[in-house]
Design a protein around this ligand. Structure first.
Ligand code: ATP
Length: 238
């Protein structure tokens, strides 16, 4: 079986600064794969490249059997790859419902869109309760939920989540992690970027540790969770 996403020797540079220095990994359909690593390791750069916002300097990206190299961002969404970005990027003046509708901008199936909006309210009841309010009035954690809900509105084959736990209370974080597991159970494939290595590895099928633009260690979530070097560097153990 070929993987849903195949990344081969990907390099990405900002001018002369090479932020991603030749990484390779794949994501099988139905899996949760996580990229962990410290600030500046290149995780966000990798996701932004996969969604077409940055152009690779070298390497190959194959998604659902198609090369992504020169495909523009809006066409990448249409192929089934959705991105819930770091820092959320919701539209603060639009209502919660309007933000969700924007996530479905490529769809024309009105009944299906309405069904998926209801589904987002089931996943995150607070969004339903406040559906008519401006999204900017939501707390940081709630905006994170909205960003995830919006990404799901494109019915992606692969959902990329950039630091969904950032700035969240432990309870909110648990809720987001639980939702990720639910989405997987429903068949969504997920590429998860996290600084919270413990949480990410606990639910990932596969994990990759990034350091200054390279993948330095790969394994099952469970193996990495028990790896001594990972525990020391990322899980705060001596
Ligand atoms: P974080 O969790 O802090 O976002 P990250 O692993 O996602 O870290 P990136 O944001 O991908 O890391 O950054 C990788 C490297 O690229 C860093 O050295 C960063 O300073 C650099 N970088 C990121 N964005 C730009 C930019 N727009 N221009 C120049 N350098 C950049």
């Amino acid at each position: 079986m070929t993987a849903l996403l195949e990344v081969e020797d990907l390099k990405v540079a900002y001018g002369k600064i090479e932020a991603v220095k030749g990484i390779s990994f794949s994501v099988e359909a139905g899996q949760i794969v996580t990229l962990i690593g410290t600030n500046g390791a290149g995780k966000t750069t990798t996701l932004r490249t996969l969604s077409g916002l940055l152009k690779p300097a070298a390497g190959h990206i194959t998604f659902d059997g198609k090369p992504l190299g020169a495909v523009p961002a809006h066409k990448i969404v249409a192929l089934g790859l959705a991105h819930s970005p770091e820092g959320r990027h919701i539209f603060p003046r639009l209502t919660i419902t309007e933000n969700l509708q924007l996530g479905a901008f490529l769809r024309t199936d009105k009944a299906g869109i309405e069904k998926d909006i209801q589904r987002a309210y089931e996943l995150f009841p607070i969004l339903g309760e406040r559906r008519k309010q401006a999204a900017g009035t939501l707390s940081g954690g709630e905006q994170q939920m909205l960003a995830m809900g919006r990404a799901l509105m494109s019915q992606p084959k692969l959902l990329m989540l950039d630091e969904p736990s950032m700035g969240l209370s432990p309870i909110m974080m648990q809720k987001i992690m639980q939702t990720i597991v639910e989405l997987k159970a429903e068949g969504t494939t997920i590429l998860l970027v996290e600084q919270n290595a413990q949480a990410a590895l606990s639910l990932a099928d596969q994990g990759h540790v990034m350091e200054i633009g390279k993948i330095v260690l790969s394994g099952s979530g469970d193996d990495l969770l028990h790896d001594e070097s990972v525990r020391k560097a990322y899980l705060g153990e001596d």
